[in-house]
Design a protein. Structure first.
Length: 190
């Protein structure tokens, strides 16, 4: 598989949030300012990379040889939950302000379907370990890109005059829809 195509496809063409509609909860919840969006993106990148690596090895070296492939989803969720707990502990020690900013959304990475979706997709698509790692990093970069762009747009909308009936969630949803349509314009690239 061509790595360039894999990277561009994961970031722009098949953006996990704007084209596949996975990870919408943190996308809408954390995207109120750019700083928290970058922090959430970094946390998702770390968890997604490690989760993909660990679940790939778990699937091919434990579940398949023992004929336990039917436990794939449950095992993946346990791995992801453990990694999120690790990120939460590290952030609390190293960056308490970021930990406070992300608040309740940090544990939501456990239930972020984008993380689980990537772990399942790499096995379903028959990717190698190298392709899986590159794909997961690219998906996380695409997630962060969407989050930061949307946060920037939401910050800008706070400064501009939005009609009273469209303030808050309604204008955010309309903006997210327009942003998704803009990213769909990348479909011809790969």
């Amino acid at each position: 598989m061509n790595f360039f195509t894999l990277i561009i496809g994961a970031i722009f063409v098949n953006n996990v949030v704007l084209a596949q509609f996975l990870g919408i909860c943190p996308f809408l919840g954390v995207s109120k300012n750019v700083k928290s969006s970058i922090g959430m993106g970094a946390a998702v990148l770390f968890v997604m990379l490690l989760a993909t690596f660990v679940t790939y090895l778990l699937y091919y070296y434990v579940l398949l040889p023992l004929n336990l492939a039917y436990l794939q989803t449950i095992a993946y969720i346990l791995v992801i939950a453990g990694l999120v707990q690790m990120v939460e502990i590290v952030l609390k020690k190293i960056a308490p302000s970021m930990y406070q900013t992300l608040g309740v959304f940090l544990p939501l990475i456990t239930t972020n379907c984008a993380v689980l979706g990537v772990a399942l997709l790499v096995v379903q698509k028959g990717m190698t370990l190298t392709e899986s790692v590159i794909y997961s990093v690219s998906i996380a970069i695409g997630f962060t890109l969407a989050l930061v762009i949307f946060a920037g747009l939401r910050e800008q909308m706070e400064l501009t005059g939005v009609p009273k009936g469209m303030e808050g969630v309604p204008i955010a949803l309309v903006t997210a829809g327009i942003l998704a349509m803009a990213f769909m314009g990348f479909n011809g690239l790969c």
